[in-house]
Design a protein around this ligand. Structure first.
Ligand SMILES: Cc1cc2nc3c(=O)[nH]c(=O)nc-3n(C[C@H](O)[C@H](O)[C@H](O)COP(=O)(O)OP(=O)(O)OC[C@H]3O[C@@H](n4cnc5c(N)ncnc54)[C@H](O)[C@@H]3O)c2cc1C
Length: 394
């Protein structure tokens, strides 16, 4: 089999890259090790930056998002029971974020891929990348018990943190930057109305809380928990009681509880690998970087990488621009590190750190007072939250 770009992974980054390239007349094959149902069963991100929304529109997959997504012009912070609104649009010349779940984004992209007739092969095993430093890389894999091979011009490694693409770069070339946080997030999804119209990021002495949502009738709540906790220890009743305990009475009384549709504990990690390309293979999204979800940046950074890569590949195929190919890693990383910084900052600001010294706790408190007590501080938070602008590819 031959194609122009072989894409490893049918998560949001692989599917979006595939759609944009297909629209530009560039041939792709997507390889995914799971089934479509499994991919759609993963409950993950839900906040789309301005730039993500725009790129989904550019890809022609925004019909349902524009009809059903909820535009948010603000968020709230909560410290010691005090509610502090952050008017995102007012502070960023009218920008906003959109609440529309990653599952729905993925579903829309899968449907568009299917209608386009471009091939996605699910259930592949033993994917291996070859000759990445040459002009003709290839990918081998097993499918339905048969050995298969794709010859291509480029490989896009969109296969997440545990994928094969990053591992195909020789260890002596990769530089890894990592920080593992000393707590996890216990998430619960339920068909209950959100406790507040805007998202709430709450600091509490018992631990951080995020009151998020997927729609007007579906809520997503998170609690900071010790890494040693197991999800089986958290019945729905215990979760709701703990959540109420960490919210002020006025919100606790409004909280509508219900049966959990999904409940899981995610460890928090900050991770970046450099460079994000090796020969004719490009790393995209979680394959190259992970953020703690506190800044709602994971999915948005994956889309940011796609934004750069598809424009570079389009320039290569349409205008013969080979010079841009080597710029991908740096362009992507410039924005990735800013997203990492914001996610790190939000995680520091909002969580309870048992391990912090008395001095560090005072610094955390001073940060809170400064950032949430001045227009300049709030503007910094707002412009990062709605998403920093992309650099132009030319
Ligand atoms: C539990 C959890 C909760 C999250 N919550 C949030 C959140 O609230 N907000 C936020 O912004 N972000 C969140 N994220 C991060 C966000 O979901 C990711 O940043 C986003 O999914 C990245 O997309 P991706 O396409 O790069 O990678 P993925 O979504 O991981 O997709 C990679 C795909 O590659 C496939 N694959 C892997 N290995 C192979 C292989 N060898 N061969 C073929 N296919 C392979 C995988 O099956 C997968 O489908 C969360 C992540 C997790 C894990």
């Amino acid at each position: 089999m031959n194609t122009q770009v072989a894409i490893i992974g049918a998560g949001p980054s692989g599917l979006l890259l595939g759609q944009l390239l297909h629209n530009a007349g560039i041939k792709t094959v997507i390889l995914e090790r799971q089934t479509p149902e499994y991919v759609l069963g993963r409950i993950r991100a839900g906040i789309l930056e301005n730039g993500t929304v725009e790129l989904l529109r550019e890809a022609g997959v925004s019909r349902r998002m524009d009809a059903e997504g909820l535009i948010h012009h603000g968020v709230e912070f909560l410290f010691s029971g005090q509610r502090i609104p952050v008017p995102l649009s007012e502070l960023t010349h009218g920008k906003s974020v959109m609440v529309y779940g990653q599952t729905e984004v993925t579903r829309d992209l899968m449907e568009a891929r299917q209608s386009s007739g471009a091939p996605t092969i699910y259930g592949v095993e033993q994917v291996q990348l070859h000759s990445l430093k040459s002009d003709k890389p290839s990918v081998t894999f097993m499918h339905n018990g048969e050995q298969c091979k794709i010859e291509c011009d480029f490989v896009a490694g969109c296969d997440g943190f545990h994928g094969v693409s990053r591992q195909s770069i020789p260890r002596e070339i990769l530089r890894e930057y990592e920080s593992v946080w000393p707590f996890g997030w216990l998430g619960l999804l339920s068909d209950t109305p959100p406790v507040n119209p805007e998202l709430i990021y709450a600091h509490h002495e018992r631990g951080f809380v995020l009151c998020s949502q997927r729609s007007l009738t579906r809520s997503r709540y998170y609690l900071q928990v010790p890494l040693t906790d197991k999800v089986e220890q958290w019945t729905d009743e215990r979760f709701w009681n703990e959540l109420k305990c960490r919210l002020p009475d006025e919100l606790g009384q409004k909280l509508v509880t219900g049966h959990s549709l999904e409940k899981s504990i995610a460890p928090l990690r900050s991770y970046v690998v450099e460079p994000m390309q090796y020969g004719r293979m490009f790393l995209v999204g979680d394959a190259a970087h992970i953020v703690p979800p506190t800044g709602a940046k994971g999915l948005n950074l994956a889309v940011s990488d796609v934004n750069y890569l598809w424009r570079i590949l389009r320039q290569y195929y349409h205008n013969g621009r080979t010079d841009l190919l080597s710029q991908y890693s740096q362009l992507a990383l410039n924005r990735v590190w800013k997203g990492e910084r914001f996610s790190w900052f939000m995680t520091h600001l909002l969580h309870d750190f048992q391990s912090k010294s008395a001095f560090d706790k005072k610094m955390q408190e001073a940060d809170r007072q400064y950032y949430l007590g001045s227009r300049a501080g709030l503007t910094t938070i707002a412009e990062n939250y709605v998403g920093l602008p992309y650099e132009t590819v030319e």
